[in-house]
Design a protein around this ligand. Sequence first.
Ligand SMILES: [Zn+2]
Length: 308
Amino acid sequence: MTFKKSGLLATLYLTCLLLALALTSSPSMAEKHHSDSPDFKTIKVSDKIWMLQGKGGNIALLAGQQGLLMVDDDYKVMSKALIKELQQFGGLNKLTYIINTHWHGDHTEGNLALGTEAHIVAHNNVRTRLLTAQEIKLFKMKSAPYPESALPDVTYTSAMTLHINKEVVNIVHYANGHTDGDSIVFFKKANVVHMGDHHFSGFFPFVDIDHGGNVLHMAENVKQVLTLIDDKTQVIPGHGPLSKKTDLQDFYEMLIGTSAEVKAMMDSGLSLTQIQEKGLSSQWQAWTDGFLSTEVWISIVYNSLLTS
Ligand SMILES: [Zn+2]
């Protein structure tokens, strides 16, 4: 398919997510889990699927005779490197679909450079978010509205399926987990799943409560996915290394376990500050390695419990 959308690329797009990393524990996620060089690390996942690791969210790439399908497209600063990377898969003009797992810039800014070449598929709420200015207060990140060419032009409500390169790509909405517009993408034949930001493999995740996310719902959604995959499933997390079902299971247990600890302290009358001072039990210490501190994670869990 050679459909190309018309429209201008963004000229006024601003992002400050790098500032976000300054707020987090050291070493930052960028240092620990992603290369700082403007290149992608390409990992073969199956016959036709690769995982591309750049600066932002992990990308899944499905390649074949009918073209390229990409899940997420990293930051704008990575677009040049991403286009270069696509050369070895036939080039940018083979790009047929981009799926955005959610609206955050580290998963969608590539739309600005690549959106003219492909259909962009996402949950309805992703288009709605990208139509207007957005802000993530925790990270002091602001984004301007996306131009038409960078917006999802194929949107869905609960689930949809794409058939390309003899693969069956199920795109399923999981409500109010990381944001209010999350998709998890199942490559049925290859037995590969791209979790979007429903999985930070091995470290505390960001959960965007101001935009409909909630730790408890995220746990519920992950539990659902665990019933759909098996020990052979290759799990591409939103952030972190290529994973297996056991890694997703560990992530689920961390979500449940830390939430239970914070809830018990809330029930005993402790304030957020007091809970942060007390901290979590030592078994969760390793989950601070790479991105969020325990204090920030506690505040995300606390606010999730307040709104549940
Ligand atoms: Zn995200």
